[in-house]
Design a protein around this ligand. Structure first.
Ligand code: IMP
Ligand code: MG
Length: 172
């Protein structure tokens, strides 16, 4: 494994994003909607740097099954989403890769009549998108490597690492 982004660097950039969001969402009824499971660490750190009244909700999306790095069929469970009618929704996910997950989530969330929907991701693998949307906010752009840590997993391992590391092809 090779460390790509140190814990201290992540904390600094996440805090900057939180301050930017606090400025842009002042006087808006903000709901931060975290995508399970990969967003949990980013979500927990980000919301504590947004100095505004806000609500937190969760939605579940999974596209990886077991020991594979290729997305399989996307499954979404929106039974945990709170009432977001007329609220400004910030969808928070770990990584924007093909963009398929965020694009599908946005389509589903639209049905709940929010006032607005924007997305924030920790990582953005640029140049891989298969959809036309892009994340509204991101912390880091990364090359096309399979990464783990700070919420991201490989076969459900490594989520607890406080830094981002790239797995070597022989680890996969
Ligand atoms: P997308 O739908 O292709 O944008 O992929 C988004 C989802 O795939 C993320 O929420 C992650 O769960 C997963 N994913 C994509 N790339 C990686 C990676 O490098 N490491 C771990 N998970 C990843
Ligand atoms: Mg995920």
């Amino acid at each position: 494994m090779q460390t790509l982004i140190e814990a201290r660097e992540i904390q600094k950039v996440v805090a900057n994003l939180g301050h930017q969001i606090a400025t842009e969402y002042r006087d808006q009824p903000l709901t931060v909607l975290g995508v399970l499971t990969g967003s949990i660490v980013f979500l927990a750190d980000l919301i504590r740097t947004i100095d505004l009244p806000l609500r937190v909700g969760l939605i579940q999306a999974s596209s990886y099954r077991g020991a594979t790095t290729r997305p399989l069929e996307l499954r979404i469970n929106d039974s945990l989403v709170p009432d977001i009618r007329d609220r400004s929704v910030l969808l928070v996910d770990d990584i924007f890769d093909t963009g398929n997950t965020l694009a599908s989530l946005i389509d589903i969330i639209r049905h709940n009549s929010p006032r607005s929907i924007r997305s924030a991701v920790l990582l953005w693998k640029t140049g891989k998108a298969t959809v036309t949307i892009q994340p509204d906010y991101h912390c880091f752009q990364i090359p096309d490597r399979f990464v783990v840590g700070y919420g991201l997993d490989y076969n459900d391992d490594y989520r607890h690492l406080p830094y981002i590391a790239a797995l070597e092809p022989r680890d996969l």
